[in-house]
Ligand binder design. Sequence first.
Ligand SMILES: CN(C)CCCNS(=O)(=O)c1cccc(Nc2nc(OCC3CCCCC3)c3[nH]cnc3n2)c1
Length: 277
Amino acid sequence: MPSTLDDFEVMATIGTGSYGTCKKIRRKKDGKVMVWKEMEYGSMTESEKQMLVSEVNLLRELRHQHIVRYYDRIIDRTQAIIYIIMEYCQGGDLASIISRNRKEGTHVSEDFAWKILIQATLALKECHRRKNGKAVLHRDLKPANVFLDAEANVKLGDFGLARVLHHEHSLAQTYVGTPYYMSPELVNNQSYNEKSDIWSLGCMLYELCALAPPFTATNEGELKRKIRIGQFPRLPTQYSLELDMIIRRMIQVECLPPRALELLEKCSCENSYVTTE
Ligand SMILES: CN(C)CCCNS(=O)(=O)c1cccc(Nc2nc(OCC3CCCCC3)c3[nH]cnc3n2)c1
């Protein structure tokens, strides 16, 4: 029996992203707390709607302890809105942690940084594991898309939605924001691939620790130049050389960054945080 909007009650609006609004909801039949993301599709062309359908179908296939679980979708054809129903992450997002640390002049611990690194890399490994020849790329890895559950375990969110967003009519096209995590492939107008996700993950982990992205600039041209050069400061000295080195491996221009699997092999000799899969 497909879900309908009446099966849920809205508890609160969590926020609005580049694709629409995210609301905290409760399923009436059992009280389970979830979220739904509302996306208007009225201005999409047929091919863009097809892309949306295929991205949502890909979300349905992603089942992993460190990826936000997709539960269902409801299509309201009268309002041309699709509601994507997903797992609620009680711990919020990393963007909120970074902005709080910036304000208070504090830093996440080394243990926390390793935990996020390993769990997010496990999530990417799962997505990049080719399923019938088609890897699922995130395409928009950033602190606002990395959530935490009640035990501060990573839940990677909003997979694939970025591709839907960058259709020519979407609001996201007018979405402002400097692309600090732009990978060398994108700087050189090459196609986005798994290693672009790893590059963005490295930039995100760097910002989690240093409270600033590795590459900053006042305009896109300067940012692209800095990314091509690929030099950035070491993490704050409270963080180990090992952590700095592994993040540096992910943000490498000359030789492409490692794949998720290579990273995890490297982590397993560094730390005992690697969760058993
Ligand atoms: C824009 N900011 C001020 C955000 C304020 C809100 N803080 S926060 O740190 O995201 C926060 C606070 C408490 C709970 C949750 N849980 C949560 N949030 C999601 O998306 C948030 C949404 C992402 C796009 C932009 C708008 C917000 C989820 N997606 C799938 N499961 C989700 N669980 C998040």
